[in-house]
Design a protein around this ligand. Structure first.
Ligand code: DQA
Length: 148
């Protein structure tokens, strides 16, 4: 009998202030709350039998620790590092430790916004980047993992 295929373990990480989605600049980030986005991700993962772990933190070090743990616990990472995208060498260095797919997501089109948002440290460790599609971007990121 063939060995059972282990479920794909996908870690979805969200950085600072994303817990305020729905109330935070809805004209930029949309009306979905982070719970809405988590529910949509769970609905996408469930029929695929994936093990989805969806987290948010306002603390850089906590995100770094979770990324380090993903070396053992995850087969892929989807990350919206929020403002740390543009500042965090620590998150980049942690992601560089991974040898699994890393998909970077932004709700807004960061390239259409202020100049300081145009540069992403995280992109240097990303397999792909999705931005400007709102909450749907998370599902696009998950869909990209279907074939990875
Ligand atoms: C964001 C874009 C970042 O520039 C910003 O700091 C965020 C959210 C996005 O999803 O569009 O907090 O990552």
């Amino acid at each position: 009998m063939p060995a059972p295929i282990a479920p794909k373990r996908v870690l979805v990480l969200n950085g600072p202030n994303l817990n305020m989605l729905g109330r935070r600049q809805p004209e930029v980030y949309g009306h979905d709350t982070l719970e809405d986005i988590r529910d949509a991700c769970v609905d996408f993962a469930a029929p695929r039998g994936w093990d989805l772990d969806f987290r948010q933190s306002n603390h850089e070090g906590e995100l770094v620790s979770w990324i380090q743990e993903a070396r053992e616990n995850a087969d892929a990472v989807v990350i919206n590092p929020a403002a740390y995208t543009h500042t965090s060498v620590a998150i980049l260095d942690a992601l560089l430790l991974l040898d699994i797919p890393v998909i970077e997501v932004h709700l807004s089109n960061i390239h259409k916004r202020e100049a300081f948002r145009h540069h992403s440290f995280v992109s240097q460790a990303a397999s792909g980047v999705i931005c400007g599609f709102g909450a749907k971007g998370y599902l696009m990121a998950l869909a990209s993992l279907d074939s990875m």
